[in-house]
Design a protein around this ligand. Structure first.
Ligand SMILES: C[S@@+](CC[C@H](N)C(=O)[O-])C[C@H]1O[C@@H](n2cnc3c(N)ncnc32)[C@H](O)[C@@H]1O
Length: 398
């Protein structure tokens, strides 16, 4: 940071209802530096992430308390105050330049009475919040993995409050690096045809596991995999027994066949052994522990969608369309089907997801497109049924 070759001026940006200050991205580009080199980080492509955060936080009611323990420019916290009605908010970052920029943003938006600015390590900030007054909403939004921040963050949220966790180490969560996945998230996983949903479910089970250490229950209430990140919102509750029940009812294992794409979920705490594919009898891979319950809370999602649709001037169309897509997935079983992968194994042309959804519905199944994978569908049909639809659609087109 003290490297004079990297120092770039701060400029004013506008997002939603606020003005804020961050490294000049155009100047960075002119100097051939990646946006990740920004001293005060701002990623405009993460706007949908912040839009949805603001919309979720708005459901906590006027005057809610909240924190972004890795705030960078502070844009998220400023928006929580200006758009979602947040009252007692904390923007923390360990980077002094970020803290300077946040303070400037707080003054520019006249939010000094509602936003306090801290400069310390994120875990220290979470523990300070735990000790001096838990918050209704806490955001963990690091570079890369959130794994080492979750233990402190879960303790900083009030009962009934919301913890939001972003992971940008998606190659790890999506099974490209199984050893690293195990190390960081205590989970087994590998490359699959449903890697984005797998990543969300492994992240959810990890946070539930960590929360349980403190007799807390972290129940997923909204989750999406967008661009290069995975994001899960949790409702935080207390109770050792509730934590145990959450595990027994909703955490388990995914069996997956690398050869034919077959998958099955098993709701149980201990890993199944020696399982084979139910379709081609090849040895099945074991993935988990994974959250196998509902990832979206329908009631919350409806409120978030309603609020967002009334605020198109703040909440981007990208965010609103993610939310609508999530609503269409509610109630469908885990793990989408990747139509390109299935069709390619069948040596057939792939099918349009919309056509597959319509055909599955006409055959009596429930189905929807996937919010995170363009060429995938979610359905209660089995792999064989999806294959039959792909085959029939290919025959019709021939
Ligand atoms: C991805 S950015 C946060 C973006 C911001 N939340 C937003 O919505 O625009 C990550 C930030 O975390 C800060 N950071 C990294 N490690 C930290 C730590 N251990 N404690 C506090 N801040 C940290 C970095 O300085 C950086 O500003």
């Amino acid at each position: 940071m003290s490297d004079s070759r990297i120092t770039v001026s701060l400029v004013e940006y506008v997002e939603g209802a606020v003005r804020f200050y961050a490294t000049d991205l155009q100047e960075l580009e002119r100097r051939g530096l990646a946006y990740t080199k920004a001293e005060v980080f701002y990623n405009p492509h993460m706007r949908s992430n912040r839009d949805i955060a603001v919309a979720v936080a708005s459901t906590l009611g006027e005057g809610f308390s909240g924190a972004d323990v890795m705030a960078a420019s502070g844009v998220r916290v400023l928006r929580l105050a200006a758009e979602a009605g947040g009252g007692r908010l904390i923007a923390n970052d360990r980077n002094p330049l970020a803290v300077y920029a946040i303070r400037k943003g707080v003054r520019a938006n006249e939010l000094s009475d509602r936003v306090r600015v801290w400069m310390m390590d994120a875990n220290e900030a979470s523990l300070k919040i735990r000790d001096f007054g838990r918050v209704d909403y806490l955001d963990v939004d690091p570079f890369g993995s959130p794994a080492s921040y979750v233990w402190a963050a879960v303790q900083a949220v009030k009962r009934g409050g919301v913890l939001a966790v972003t992971a940008t180490d998606t190659p790890v969560l999506y099974g490209v690096y199984p050893a690293k996945l195990h190390r960081a998230y205590l989970a087994w996983g590998e490359k699959t045809e449903f890697h984005k949903e797998m990543g969300l479910r492994l992240l959810a089970a990890f946070v539930l596991r960590v929360a349980a250490m403190y007799d807390l229950v972290a129940t997923p209430i909204l989750a999406h995999a967008t661009r290069h990140y995975a994001r899960v919102y949790f409702s935080i509750d207390r109770g050792a027994l509730r934590a145990l029940n959450a595990f027994e009812e909703n955490v388990g294992w995914i069996l997956y066949c690398q050869r034919c794409g077959w998958r099955e979920v098993k709701r149980r705490s201990y890993p199944p052994e020696g399982e084979v594919c139910g379709f081609c009898s090849h040895e099945a891979s074991l993935i988990g522990p994974a959250w196998l319950g509902e990832m979206q809370n329908q009631d919350l999602l409806s409120r978030v969608i309603r609020w967002s649709e009334e605020k198109p001037h703040w909440i981007s169309e990208e965010a609103r369309s993610i939310l609508r897509a999530l609503a269409s997935e509610v109630g469908l079983p885990p793990l989408y089907y990747d139509l390109d992968a299935i069709a390619s194994r069948m040596k057939l042309p792939s099918a349009s997801p919309r056509a597959v959804v319509e055909e599955l519905e006409s055959r009596g199944f429930r189905a929807s497109m996937s919010h995170c994978e363009k060429k995938a569908v979610k359905t209660d049909a089995r792999l064989e049924d999806v294959m039959a639809v792909i085959k029939d659609l290919a025959r019709e087109r021939a």
